[in-house]
Design a binder for this molecule. Structure first.
Ligand code: MOS
Length: 703
């Protein structure tokens, strides 16, 4: 029998992607297609006094111009995370108000993209302008609302009572506004069949959620909406729910009774497709002389738009990481005239770990304790908020194995002590973590007379390797070569496969694949696929098939499920020109069982690269006068290229978490980015003696 699970199976979709035959949303060829181009606000706060569409309407090829004066018909959806969700609670074109720069205020539809774009620039708008707030220190703050049913305020013990600590750290750490910058831009094609059925080609991380949301937006039963997403070119959390452009495009297509496509420009994406809010976090740590933590306080601020309350949940990681008898968490939400922020790879965990893992490093230096040892000393076997023991936790192994692979024992325990080629050299490390999440999924498996296996589910591959994971699990369960497995995903007509978000796709789908494969054998009354295939041929039937559903085990009442990791890195700093380079990287991850070591390691590498971007260069700034983002494409928004990235050594603990699910997997998409920026800043401190608490670590901060 082929051993598939754990091995490095090549991507099922690799060839299609590199040869350009993988069809992305905007590439579907639809006859009679019209093109929509958005009209966006050039102010960031105020109202539309007048909007003149007459020139645009008369322009060549223009079919229609929609503004708040003639919005296409849309209903408000229920808007919650379980059933249906839109990213921005305010529906597009619902009134004359402008809440942020670049907000959608119209849609021009024409026979070609160029004509639609040209006509969009002919729409004349007069505004009544209020001065925008785009600087965080001027924001108005409110208590962050509960998220997924949990409030942000928490205290155990009494942090304020600590007076006898051997060391105390109190410091404020900030992160900048970051953009998802996926390779595939946000795009949609909506094609109606009459007024009561629609097919939508859109990159979505949640095919079934999208189906329900569009159904509610148009007052239709779900089965009247078909969502097709076979490929998705990077989502990172920005493609889980419909954005206003998608809602507007689908509504316009219904009214016009013609298929319409809308593709966002990179500039439009800076305002209308989400971002990670900037954050400001104050961490207070108190410890005994041996490093044992007495208290942790974590106060965070993030920022949202005036039309949606999205909180970057920074404090979620804190009760999971280190045990302290006194622990206090709080979070506030500021409102600014910027586009709506949203989930971005490890939302909350990422900035939270930046602050906490920087503070732990500061504490280690102040107590003259090795930062690895400080973490080992304080790791907690219980989630301090859920009050549950962690299942299959191997954080200590990540720290120890990582230290060994990196050669941490040779570290010079002195700042500015290492030099190479005229540059300062520094070593840093940080922990990584991400909760284990699992949803409900249904999978259909068909065994065919040509000895192939067909696996079908609506859950989709957002570029992470889900096709390959599903094929690997089916191949191993049935004992067939992985090449014999064909996987179909990303279509709402297939069985519900859950969401590709929260790093839960593998944990959600793999158990359902295992179950469906076992049931196929049962249906065939055989113990192996070979036997079943022979029986199938004899029977003359078209296929043996089974459909199975898996759901969370209920173990969440007894256990806290969480993944763990550790990063170790080396940096060089050329102080003359402020150049920081990351020169060496080791990551060790405990993510439960690893289904495919190749794609899993790729997920960690991609996440580390994204973290290096956050640490070194990623920053979306807003013009304080007009409130508009001053970065507007993949050139002005700096993110890493190959030349910025060293070889990234990735290893896994690999122990299955069988309390979590029958596959023993916890998922790997997001954890890799957590702790990365802290490891780098900690290495910069070792190299230079400068503690930098504001990301990104740009040259001006290093000179
Ligand atoms: Mo992830 S930010 O849940 O796509």
């Amino acid at each position: 029998m082929t051993k598939v699970i754990g091995s490095g199976v090549n991507r099922k979709d690799g060839r299609a992607k590199v040869t350009g035959t993988a069809t992305y949303a905007a590439e579907h060829q639809i006859p009679g297609l019209l093109h929509g181009y958005l009209v966006t606000a050039s102010i960031a706060n105020g109202r539309i006094k007048s909007i003149d569409t007459s020139f645009a309407e008369k322009a060549q090829g223009v079919t229609a111009v929609f503004t708040h004066k003639n919005p296409p018909k849309i209903f408000k959806p229920s808007n919650n995370f379980i059933t249906s969700k839109i990213y921005e609670a305010r529906l597009p074109l619902s009134d004359d108000q402008v809440h942020y720069g670049g907000q959608i205020i119209g849609l021009v539809v024409a026979d070609t993209f160029e004509r639609a774009k040209h006509a969009a620039h002919l729409v004349k708008v007069e505004y009544e302008t209020r001065s925008p707030i785009v600087e965080s220190q001027k924001a108005t703050f409110k208590k962050a609302p509960s998220m997924f049913g949990e409030g942000f305020k928490f205290e155990k013990g009494n942090v304020a009572s600590i007076s006898n600590a051997a060391a105390k750290i109190e410091a404020t750490y900030t992160t900048s506004t970051e953009l998802h910058a996926p390779m595939e831009p946000h795009a949609i094609i909506a094609q109606w069949q009459g007024s009561d059925a629609v097919t939508i080609y859109e990159p979505t991380q949640w095919v079934m959620g999208s189906q329900r949301t569009y159904a509610e937006l148009f007052g239709l039963p779900s089965e009247r909406v078909r969502i097709i997403t076979p490929y998705l070119g990077g989502g990172f959390g920005s493609k889980a729910f419909p954005w206003p452009h998608g809602v507007l495009c689908a509504a316009a297509a219904r009214q016009l009774q013609r298929p319409v496509k809308v593709v966002l420009s990179r500039r439009q994406m800076t305002a209308n497709a989400g971002h990670r809010s900037e954050t400001e976090q104050t961490i207070s740590l108190a410890a005994e002389a041996d490093g044992k933590l007495m208290a942790i306080a974590h106060d965070a601020k993030s920022f949202t738009s005036p039309v949606e309350a999205f909180t970057e949940p920074c404090t979620g990681i804190t009760p999971a990481m280190y045990s302290a008898p006194n622990l206090r968490l709080n979070q506030e939400l500021g409102v600014m005239n910027v586009g709506t922020p949203t989930f971005m790879r490890a939302p909350g965990e990422n900035p939270g770990m930046w602050a906490l893992e920087s503070a732990m490093d500061e504490l280690a230096w102040s107590l003259k304790i090795d930062p690895v040892e400080l973490r080992l000393k304080n790791e907690t076997q219980e989630h301090q908020r859920k009050k549950l023991p962690f299942s299959a936790k191997h954080y200590a192994d990540c720290l120890k194995v990582g230290a060994e692979r990196f050669g941490w024992q040779d570290r010079q325990i002195k700042v500015r002590s290492l030099r190479r080629d005229g540059k300062l050299v520094g070593w840093g490390m940080a922990g990584a973590t991400f909760p284990g999440m699992q949803g409900v999924a249904t999978v259909k498996v068909r065994l065919l007379p040509d000895d192939t296996v067909h696996v079908l589910t609506a859950g989709n591959d957002m570029g992470t390797g889900a096709y390959t994971m599903v094929a690997g699990v089916a191949a191993e369960t049935l004992g067939v070569p992985v090449e014999k497995v064909r996987v179909e995903m990303g279509d709402s007509q297939l069985p519900d496969g859950g969401i590709a978000g929260g790093s839960q796709m593998t944990a959600t789908i793999a158990p359902a694949v295992i179950k469906a494969c076992q049931e196929v054998l049962k249906a065939a009354n055989c113990t192996s696929a070979t036997e079943a295939c022979a029986a199938l041929k004899q029977s003359g039937r078209a296929a043996f098939e089974a459909t199975a559903t898996s759901a969370p085990s209920g173990g969440a009442k007894k256990w806290a499920f969480q993944s763990w990791g550790a990063h170790f890195c080396e940096v060089t700093v050329d102080e003359e020109i402020g150049r920081l380079r990351v020169t060496r990287w080791v990551s060790v991850m405990d993510i439960g069982r690893v289904i495919n070591s190749k794609t899993a390691a790729s997920q960690v590498r991609g996440a580390v690269i994204m973290g290096i971007g956050q640490a070194l260069m990623e920053e979306c700034l807003f013009d304080p006068n007009i409130g508009y983002p001053v970065v507007y494409d993949l050139a002005t928004y700096h993110y890493p290229s190959h030349a910025d990235i060293p070889r990234i050594d990735v290893a896994f603990v690999g122990e299955p978490d069988l309390n979590f699910n029958s596959a023993g997997v916890r998922g790997v998409g997001e954890i890799g980015i957590t702790g990365v920026s802290a490891a780098i800043a900690n290495a910069v401190y070792h190299a230079t003696g400068k503690r930098i608490r504001n990301l990104p670590l740009t040259p001006d901060k290093l000179i």
